[in-house]
Design a protein around this ligand. Structure first.
Ligand SMILES: Nc1ncnc2c1ncn2[C@@H]1O[C@H](COP(=O)(O)OP(=O)(O)OP(=O)(O)O)[C@@H](O)[C@H]1O
Length: 353
């Protein structure tokens, strides 16, 4: 019976990876007891955007097997690295960049990290925006100090189900960092390699805006799975965003997608929608680069700012707001892109059940 169930499951394709669940090694269990098929599917990410589709297709396929009266589907997730993990224990390092400052890159990075962690993934967040570190504040940990563990490695700070490191937790509040390239390079290396990140599915790196030393150091220090570009829809931001995309491409870092932040504003009193910075700029930019994915359009929302100032990402504080729903979808879309990227780069054959 196991074979019959596997044969049926072998007809179900992962909608993003375009290969069947069995040869992808995603079926951990397929058994029939008293007419009930018990199937465990190991997704490639707990934030899988197409879980409902997979569930429907699995149910349909298994129900077609003779003798099956009902199906119980259990989901697990195992995030796979490309070929070798980016860092020991860290499956994926994903940079969040922007061309222009103030477009909401740190807000998107913090909410993405929190959303992925809330889905069940093991997530780290590195605030590499060394000139304007804001992640500690957004995580409600501005006053925390980074300690060293017994192996003299920096111990990331735990908050909201993830762990993070920020220069803000090393320096006295309000002090400016006046470092040249080589010092920044060694700081980035230490944050990545001399930190006790532990086992992570995703390490999200919040970059400074632009295309400078930190970006270069990051791409030289670690094999990035890819980069996410945050932009607002207006032309000045888009022009700078295209420079950021170009920089990642030149450094052979795949651009996983574009997030259009501050896309529109819905007035809470009238319900009318205003395109304050224009709209649809990310789609135009995506076309310009041969059809990059647009991971989502996030509206302007007072709660995104208020929650950040109160030290809790909006996706956790107000998960039902339009902005949070858009950010949660961005996280799912990103996780899907990362799975595709990992699959495309996987060198070793995938395990079979
Ligand atoms: N969708 C949004 N709705 C409302 N406010 C937002 C939104 N996104 C970001 N903000 C607010 O805009 C400001 C700038 O955001 P943020 O610090 O995330 O931008 P940034 O691009 O990382 O900036 P920097 O150039 O300083 O790194 C913050 O006050 C933040 O709370």
């Amino acid at each position: 019976m196991h074979e019959k169930l596997l044969a049926a499951l072998g007809t179900v394709n992962d909608p993003e990876l375009h290969r069947d669940l069995v040869s992808l090694g995603m079926i951990e269990r397929a058994e029939l007891t008293s007419g009930v098929a018990h199937v465990k599917v190991n997704l490639t990410t707990p934030a899988c955007p197409l879980k409902a589709t997979i569930e429907r297709d699995v149910r349909q396929a298994v129900m077609s097997v003779e003798g099956v009266q009902d199906v119980e589907i259990e989901f697990g997730a195992q995030v796979r690295a490309q070929s070798t993990p980016a860092l020991p224990g860290v499956q994926h390092v994903i940079a969040v960049g922007s061309g222009k400052g103030g477009v909401g890159k740190s807000s998107v990075a913090a909410n993405l990290a929190a959303a992925l962690a809330a889905s069940g993934a093991r997530v780290g967040l590195l605030d590499a925006d060394v000139y304007g570190p804001s992640i500690a504040h957004m995580m409600g940990q501005g006053a925390a100090r980074i300690a060293a563990n017994a192996e003299r490695k920096m111990q990331p700070i735990e908050a909201h189900g993830l762990r993070f490191l920020s220069m803000a937790n090393l320096m006295p509040a309000g002090q400016a960092l006046v470092w040249r390239g080589p010092m920044l390079h060694s700081a980035i290396q230490q944050f990545l390699k001399d930190a006790a990140w532990g086992q992570l599915d995703y390490l999200i790196v919040d970059l400074p805006p632009g295309t400078g030393d930190v970006q270069l150091s990051l791409t030289q220090t670690v094999q990035l799975t890819g980069a996410v570009i945050v932009t607002t829809p207006q032309d000045v931001a888009l022009i700078d965003a295209s420079r950021a995309i170009d920089m990642f491409r030149k450094a052979s870092v795949p651009v996983l997608g574009i997030v259009e932040n501050m896309s529109y504003f819905v007035a809470p009193d009238t319900g009318l929608s205003y395109d304050i910075f224009g709209r649809g700029g990310a789609s135009r930019l995506a076309q310009q680069f041969g059809g990059l994915p647009v991971l989502g359009e996030v509206p302007l929302d007072t709660e995104v700012r208020q929650d950040a100032d109160a030290g809790m990402p909006a996706v956790l504080a107000h998960p039902d707001s339009a902005a949070s729903r858009a950010l949660l979808q961005v996280a799912k879309n990103l996780a899907g892109r990362v799975s595709v990227q990992a699959f495309a780069g996987a060198l070793e054959p995938l395990p079979m059940v």
